[in-house]
Design a protein around this ligand. Structure first.
Ligand code: NI
Length: 138
């Protein structure tokens, strides 16, 4: 761990109260750790805005009886095989499947893969969770 720097800053009273409430509601007992995580969340946001290398999790729920859908979803993943780290498939119900796809690469390309997957007919829901390699967060 690197040396600690001490910060001192001012907040308006109402904003300070909101910070305390938010910290407590988020389950943090340590306010410094809460603020560190707020900063890290903003840094991850910047990584995505600047199209830097990132990590993402794409979750899709789909009806596997829709013609050609399985092939399209598999083709899209093969087209991006160098970025796809792993895929987990769960048979949710008789008709519906859930897939979680772990992706690493440039943020914009991850976003495009997620968009391409979720706009296929038969995909009922698609979600992209935007995370980080963690390289710039320490
Ligand atoms: Ni299935």
């Amino acid at each position: 761990m690197s040396d600690l720097e001490r910060l001192s800053f001012s907040l308006e009273g109402p904003l300070y109260k909101r910070l305390k409430l938010l910290c407590r509601a988020s389950g943090y007992s340590n306010r410094s750790e809460f603020i560190r995580d707020l900063i890290r969340a903003r840094l991850v946001g910047r990584e995505w805005e600047l199209d830097q290398e990132a990590v993402g999790t794409i979750t899709i729920v789909y009806d596997h009886h829709v013609p050609q859908l399985n092939e399209k979803l598999t083709d899209l993943q093969h087209d991006n095989h160098s970025m796809i780290l792993a895929t987990t498939h769960v048979h949710l119900e008789h008709d519906r499947c859930l897939e979680v796809i772990l992706v690493r690469g440039r943020a914009g390309r991850i976003r495009k893969i997620a968009d391409d997957l979720r706009r296929q007919r038969g995909v009922l829901h698609g979600n992209l969770s935007m995370s980080s390699t963690g390289r710039n967060l320490a």
